[in-house]
Design a protein. Structure first.
Length: 261
């Protein structure tokens, strides 16, 4: 039986900036759900040294969040009567048992996971041959694509320097309340960008915390009170990671209000 198989995440490091918040949150959600992470430098990711009985999740680059335990992946494959599932967003995620993925690579005459993932996302004939299906409900995982989903107004990330203070300005029709809705990529991207600004994890010189002094640059903390509000419609790992990061702010100048429906 495959039900108790271990799960491994295989992801590629290309032009990656160390310490990015997306990678940190991917690792945190993977550890929380007992996944092993295998990082491959470059784009030649394969199933080398992966047991056939392991569930494999392939991410083209290390960002995104794991929705649950390896059992969730096993159940999703069984429920959809599929050998391979594809999560197609800005980043295409591939999930399946290593044995099924090896069979698909053999049938498709492909040597690497990136090649297989890209081909399966566009080739219906090959999908039918290898029993690959789309997971349109995003039950497995959801991935981010930096700030590319922030469009049509909303949040514009602009660093403004005024007397050694850096801030982010909002432009367009930015919502006062950001909804952490797993099915709304735009809302997720807005919340991710805002939490990055508040915690200063990805762009410390642009955030509202003191940045680590790697040069002579110094950033002062704002004197104003910072108030953060969440309306939680559907709890999921991304919100947990965001709140965890925001809780690291100075509690003397930060008030957090959470309404959990």
């Amino acid at each position: 039986s495959h039900s108790k198989a271990q799960a491994t995440i295989i992801t590629c490091l290309m032009d990656w900036m160390p310490g990015r918040v997306e990678e940190q949150r991917l690792r945190a959600s993977a550890n929380l759900n007992n996944f092993t992470i295998k990082v491959v430098h470059g784009t030649n990711a394969t199933l080398e040294k992966i047991n056939d009985r392991q569930i494999v999740m392939f991410l083209p680059r290390p960002e995104g969040l794991i929705q649950g335990s390896p059992q969730l992946l096993s159940n999703a494959l069984q429920d959809r009567k599929a050998d391979i599932l594809l999560v197609v967003k800005k980043i295409t995620v591939l999930v399946g048992y290593a044995s099924s993925i090896r069979r698909a690579m053999l049938i498709g005459k492909m040597a690497t996971l990136p090649e297989l993932t890209l081909t399966l996302s566009t080739d219906a004939v090959l999908r039918n041959k290898v029993r690959a299906k789309f997971d349109r409900l995003n039950a497995i995982a959801f991935a981010f694509n930096q700030f590319s989903s922030i469009d049509n107004g909303g949040l514009e990330m602009i660093s403004v320097e005024e007397k050694d203070r850096y801030e982010v300005r909002f432009s367009g029709q930015a919502p006062v309340l950001l909804l952490a809705d797993p099915n709304n990529a735009h809302a997720r991207a807005l919340l991710l960008a805002t939490s990055d600004y508040l915690t200063g994890e990805q762009r410390p010189v642009s955030g509202c915390q003191n940045c680590q002094q790697m040069t002579d640059l110094k950033v002062s903390k704002p004197k104003e009170l910072l108030m953060i509000a969440f309306l939680i419609l559907a709890p999921h790992p991304f919100l947990y990671a965001t709140v965890e990061g925001i809780m690291g702010l100075n509690n003397k100048t930060t008030h957090i209000y959470i309404y959990n429906q």
